[in-house]
Design a protein around this ligand. Structure first.
Ligand SMILES: [Zn+2]
Ligand SMILES: [Zn+2]
Length: 686
């Protein structure tokens, strides 16, 4: 039977509205009731079997709890939840899953052997994954009940969850259906239905999911052993490895967000699927706070700010490359100028300044700077006296990002990086790393970011000499200790090793937080042993023999474009003076002062400041001041009769603070000082 026919049959069996349901919720389809009946049968059998195993064995096992305490438990009977209750009721209430000897476990799943027990809460990334993964089952159950959906897959994502299901080849899920779907999800959550874990044989699996061709295909393709795990929760039965929450009542707040289409791409012909996404939290308060945060984030979205302030735009003729308008270029150049002067001290003799100042000017499609810098190192014989050799570059880089992944300034096909490479002798490593860390701190402090450092150590499948790695790890650890900021160790565990790291790198990850406390990953410091070998880079050592340098890759802003986006959102369009594309607007009180206002504007512009003139006499003075403040001009210079005759300006800030009358020359001087020192709050300290 084709999916279409099957679906029609399901719909027909499901659509007689049940009198017990007051809302427009159809009675559960027949197949749903059948499946649930079989599940209950198998569940009762499993409960009986477990109880008898526990009784027969009656074995005491040792459990080590978080904090080091060790307690006794009964095999096949004691659950992590019971032990959490012994520790504290808060822990028992907030735990979402357990970790037993490193394996993720349901809180209600009986322990089997001596175990090292940990608990996951919503506060950790893994805890969130369990929470959202459980929530997507609730969404699936609601889709089955309301829409007669044939469920396909429902993963957690970085921020929430989605569920893909089949509604028939023609039918799509409409945005107008989300509120009803959401209501059912909330009812299911309020019903506090337990998640029940059942081990089922291949035959039982095929019986349970006989009405779901997707699950049947999954069973065929993915279930290799004699049994697999299914979970029951309310009317839902789903093929899933788990773990899940104890019950749906732990989901205090749930919101559905989007509906879209997707595709089933397993073996066989692709099938059109419907996707609904959502987010959930342990409490309603957390959901509300998230919603507020999202509204704020939407207001602060750099794409919105970029459009409103005419900083940049994108064009379909060149997707993934940003067109900076004059005001955006102003911010961009201020940022590059900020990162460049310290670079030319630090990256002294060999600053490679051949890069064109605008991406559009270059014809080369260079994806990264490392090889170019290696060639520069190698282009003539090098001596130990030249080390450390520091090369920096702002050249345009190009990456073939998929069109689906492009979004604003976050991911581009064409961008610039503040990319530096330091070629040094092994004994210079520590000083150089310290220099990089100091530089990083000085830059982030000015930008108003806090940051956290993490050292990723070598993966288990590393290349090269173990003793070289040991030494390098020690050097990095010493440099981090010396630096004095808190840092953590990410042991190079193969499974948890990020895709960015390759087996030839040691890396200091920089997790920065913007003014809103949101995390970003921009800068990086990487130590590379492989690159000098690959490019056969050598220098003449002190003893006269050729030696290989070590390479440090270092970026502080990362992509300048992306950093500009991060900064736009971080300040919400209220740029600090030194980056601001809206520094000053001169507002003449009447038409008689326009000439003087123009002169003041010219003076400011000649000093290199961004200055506009608002001589629109159609609006009252207070309306124009208000308009300037809404446009986030750091300062408004109002000039009337008195100011004109005394060659002064009357200054207000964008927060409507009146700074009074200033001599024009002195005001320009003061603005330049504040710009050059890059103070974050020029309006307050003027
Ligand atoms: Zn699941
Ligand atoms: Zn590099």
């Amino acid at each position: 039977m084709g999916l279409c026919q099957r679906w029609r049959r399901l719909r027909l069996s499901g659509l007689q509205t049940c009198r017990l349901h007051t809302a427009a919720v159809p009675a559960p389809p027949q197949w749903l009731a059948e499946r649930l009946g079989l599940f209950e049968e198998l569940w009762t059998a499993q409960v009986k079997k477990l109880a008898s195993v526990a009784q027969k064995e009656h074995r005491t096992i040792k459990i080590s709890l978080p904090g080091g305490q060790r307690v006794d438990a009964v095999a096949w009977s004691t659950t992590p939840y019971q032990l959490a209750q012994q520790i504290s009721s808060t822990l028992a209430d907030t735990a979402v899953a357990a970790q037993v000897n490193g394996e993720l476990y349901d809180l209600e799943r009986p322990l089997e052997t001596d175990s090292d027990l940990r608990f996951l809460t919503f506060s950790s990334a893994e805890g969130k994954a369990v929470f959202w993964h459980s929530s997507t089952h609730v969404l699936g159950a609601a889709a089955e009940q309301l829409l007669g959906a044939v469920l396909c897959r429902g993963p957690s994502t970085e921020c929430g969850f989605y569920h893909d299901f089949f509604l028939g080849k023609e039918r799509t899920v409409r945005g107008s259906e989300l509120p009803a779907l959401e209501r059912i999800c909330q009812e299911l959550a309020a019903a506090a239905q337990p998640f029940r874990r059942l081990e089922a044989s291949q035959d039982q699996l095929r019986q349970l999911f006989k009405d779901n061709p997707f699950k049947l295909r999954l069973i065929e393709e993915k279930v290799t052993g004699p049994t697999a795990i299914v979970y029951g929760c309310g009317m839902l039965v789903d093929l899933c490895r788990g773990p899940h929450l104890r019950h749906t009542g732990q989901i205090g707040g749930l919101k559905l967000l989007t509906n879209s289409s997707s595709l089933w791409r397993s073996s066989g012909a692709p099938e059109p699927l419907q996707r609904v996404s959502g987010i959930s939290f342990p409490t309603m308060e957390e959901l509300r706070a998230w919603e507020e945060g999202r509204e704020e984030a939407e207001l602060r979205d750099h794409r919105r700010i970029g459009k409103a302030q005419e900083l940049f735009f994108f064009h379909e003729l060149s997707p993934g490359s940003c067109f900076f308008l004059p005001r955006g270029t102003r911010v961009y150049n201020a940022l590059v100028a900020f990162i460049r002067p310290p670079d030319s001290d630090r990256l002294s003799s060999s600053l490679s300044d051949h890069a064109p100042s605008h991406p559009a000017d270059t014809l080369a499609l260079k994806p990264m700077n490392c090889p170019a810098h290696c060639l520069m190192f190698a282009h003539r014989p090098r001596s130990w006296r030249e080390l450390p050799l520091r090369l920096a570059d702002f050249g345009a880089l190009h990456r073939a990002e998929a069109s689906g992944s492009l979004g604003g300034l976050t991911r581009l096909r064409c961008f610039q990086q503040d990319d530096a490479h330091i070629f040094c002798a092994p004994d210079q490593l520590e000083t150089e790393i310290q220099g990089c860390l100091d530089f990083l701190r000085s830059v982030y402090t000015v930008l108003g970011f806090s940051f956290r450092l993490a050292l990723s150590t070598r993966p288990s499948s590393f290349l090269g000499e173990p003793c070289l790695w040991d030494q390098a790890e020690q050097v990095l650890q010493r440099a981090l200790e010396e630096f004095g900021e808190p840092w953590e160790l990410n042991p190079g565990d193969g499974a948890f090793y990020g895709p960015k790291a390759s087996v030839s790198l040691l890396q200091i990850d920089v997790h920065l937080r913007d003014a809103l406390g949101r995390p970003h990953q921009c800068g990086t410091i990487q130590l590379d042993f492989q690159l000098p070998l690959r490019f056969d880079l050598q220098y003449k050592g002190q003893a006269g023999a050729p030696e290989h340098p070590v390479v440090i890759h270092r970026a502080v802003l990362g992509s300048v474009e992306r950093m500009l986006g991060v900064l736009a959102e971080s300040c919400g369009g209220k740029w600090p003076l030194w980056l601001s594309p809206f520094q000053v607007v001169v507002i003449p009180v009447g038409t008689e002062q326009e000439e003087y206002a123009r002169e003041a504007q010219r003076r400011l512009q000649a000093a290199g400041l961004v200055c506009d003139l608002d001589a629109n006499s159609g609006l009252t003075l207070s309306r124009r001041v208000r308009r300037a403040q809404l446009a986030h001009y750091n300062f408004q210079f109002v000039v009337g009769q008195k100011e004109q005759s005394k060659r002064t300006v009357n200054i207000r800030t964008r927060d409507n603070c009146q700074l009074g009358e200033w001599d024009l020359t002195e005001a320009v001087q003061r603005l330049l000082e504040l710009q050059n020192t890059r103070v974050p709050n020029a309006e307050q300290v003027f």
